[in-house]
Design a protein around this ligand. Structure first.
Ligand SMILES: [Zn+2]
Length: 195
């Protein structure tokens, strides 16, 4: 057994956890997350052979200057800075091949600045009584759904020897569910509910 298998942890506060098929609540930080063993530690899992025709699944989140990307290639998950031309990862910081995935954790997080913006929008909508106020209310409702209900989606993929890939995968929206399902499928892991 690899060390990662013996010590699954809460991805948010590093408190010791146990592998579970369902999402769990951390006893220490009280946040929800899920953590599942990968094929490196659970030998009953058999990742399917890499399919060279498999679609590349790409997610990204924007930093100050560059887009941080997570990409599912046919044989590995990669994380790094996105190449705007090829759509692949330029300057790959980490690569983990699917059979060497030790564990995958998922959680969702509220963006505090986004939450603040939602409050401001609702206050503004309440202060305006005309059609413009209605428009602001529609925008506020849309942003409330996005920021407080959908939240930001995060995945932590642990590989051998302390290798780890941390990726935010709620954007673009059409790859949100596909990224998670394809990651688990390519690792030979069952698809479980998102926390
Ligand atoms: Zn925790």
């Amino acid at each position: 057994m690899e060390p990662a298998a013996e010590s699954p942890r809460c991805p948010r506060c590093q408190t010791a956890a146990t592998f579970a098929t369902e999402p769990q609540v951390c006893p220490s930080c009280h946040k929800r997350f899920s953590i599942h063993p990968g094929p490196l530690v659970d030998r009953s899992l058999t990742p399917p052979p890499p399919d060279p025709q498999a679609r590349r699944v790409r997610v990204r989140s924007h930093g100050v200057l560059l887009a941080n990307a997570g990409v599912l290639e046919p044989e590995s998950i990669q994380q790094g800075v996105l190449d705007p031309i090829t759509g692949g990862v330029r300057l790959a910081e980490q690569t983990i091949v699917y059979p060497r995935v030790a564990a995958v954790a998922f959680w969702r997080e509220i963006d505090p600045f986004g939450a603040l913006a939602v409050v401001v929008l609702w206050l503004l909508a309440a202060a305006l009584h005309d059609g413009f106020g209605l428009g602001v209310a529609v925008l506020a409702a849309w942003q409330t759904r996005r920021i407080l209900w959908l939240k930001r989606w995060h995945a932590l993929v642990l590989g051998p020897k302390g290798h780890a890939i941390s990726v935010r995968f709620d954007r673009p929206w059409w790859n949100r569910k596909r990224f998670r399902q394809e990651l688990l499928r390519r690792c030979g892991m069952p698809v479980n509910p998102m926390p």
